[in-house]
Every structure is written in structure tokens, then in C-alpha cells.
Design a binder for this molecule. Structure first.
Ligand code: S3P
Length: 163
């Protein structure tokens, strides 16, 4: 892999931001996070953005970022769980899917972390969304990393070995 972006995908709670940040430090690359960029633009949390403007508005913001990401390289990018649906996703770079079972993700996300995520507040709806998305994550991924019961250091080592 030369200067291609590295794009982290996966369901909510899979640790995309933490791992992407750690990898960017290790590889001396720029780090960008789609959710943080949207929050920064509106000076509001994701949950406020969903509440005030709605999900469709948020998805359009993701598409604008995807256009930007397609024009840069050498960057490690953490995406929100639904970012894979942007139309130009495949042009964004090398894609790493952080995979785990729904029950694992749910157990490891605190109530506070769940409440920050409008699509994880309702556990039953979240599980349905997970089941709908898993095949899409697998299809988009260039590399799948099973994250359960591994710490960030082990995951980082595994990623570096496999990219
Ligand atoms: C979403 C995941 C969230 C955030 C938004 C929608 C989704 O990001 O983008 O709440 O559709 O799965 P994380 O995956 O970082 O929690």
C-alpha cells in the first residue's frame, strides 16, 4: 500500500475512531473522523444533529465528506457506522472492517455511549440495523479484522502485519 487512504468501517461501538487514531500515529499519517468533522461544522453532537435536522440531512453531510475524502490520500479515516452507503465509497481507499457480534458490541458500549448514538438508543432496532448491515460491511472490506477479546495494541499489530 503506497499513499492510499486507510478507511475504517464497522458497526457502532467497534472502535473505529480509537484504532484509526492509533494507526495514524503509528504510520505518521493524517487522521480524520467523519462524525467529528460533522460535529465540528455544526458545533453540535451527532445526537443533536439527528434531532434538529434529521438523519437524511446527516447522510448528505457524510456524502460531502466522502467527496472530499476521494480527493485526498495518505490519511487514516474513521467513518460512522452508516458511511459505507455513500455512493463513491469504493474510491476512498483501502477499507478495514472491524467485525464483532452484535451482543459483544452492545455489552461493551456503556449506556452513556449508547445514548450518544441515535441509532443505538433502541436495542431492538439497533440489532435489526446490525443484521441488515453486516453483509454490506463484508462486501466493502479489503481486510476484515475480528476484534472480539483483543486489546488495541494487539489489533494495531494485527492490522500492521496484514496491510
Ligand atoms: C451511525 C453511526 C455513528 C454516527 C451516527 C450514525 C450509523 O457513528 O455516524 O450516529 O448509522 O451506524 P459510530 O459508528 O462511530 O458510532
Amino acid at each position: 500500500m503506497k499513499n492510499e487512504n486507510i478507511v475504517f468501517i464497522g458497526f457502532m461501538g467497534s472502535g473505529k475512531s480509537s484504532l484509526a487514531r492509533a494507526l495514524s500515529q503509528k504510520m505518521d499519517k493524517v487522521y480524520l473522523d467523519s462524525d467529528s468533522l460533522i460535529e465540528m461544522k455544526f458545533q453540535k453532537s451527532i445526537s443533536e444533529i439527528f434531532k434538529i435536522f434529521g438523519e437524511e440531512f446527516f447522510r448528505k453531510e457524510e456524502q460531502k465528506l466522502a467527496y472530499l475524502f476521494s480527493m485526498i490520500d495518505n490519511t487514516v479515516i474513521a467513518t460512522g457506522g452508516g458511511f459505507i452507503h455513500v455512493p463513491n465509497f469504493k474510491s476512498l481507499g483501502f477499507c478495514i472492517y472491524l467485525r464483532a457480534e452484535f451482543d459483544f458490541l452492545s455489552k461493551h458500549l456503556s449506556l452513556e455511549e449508547k445514548n450518544k448514538r441515535p441509532l443505538f438508543c433502541d436495542e431492538i432496532k439497533a440489532k435489526k440495523l446490525y443484521n441488515k448491515r453486516i453483509k454490506d460491511y463484508e462486501k466493502k472490506a479489503d481486510l476484515i479484522i475480528d476484534i472480539e477479546n483483543k486489546n488495541i495494541k494487539e489489533l494495531l499489530e494485527e492490522i500492521i502485519k496484514r496491510i
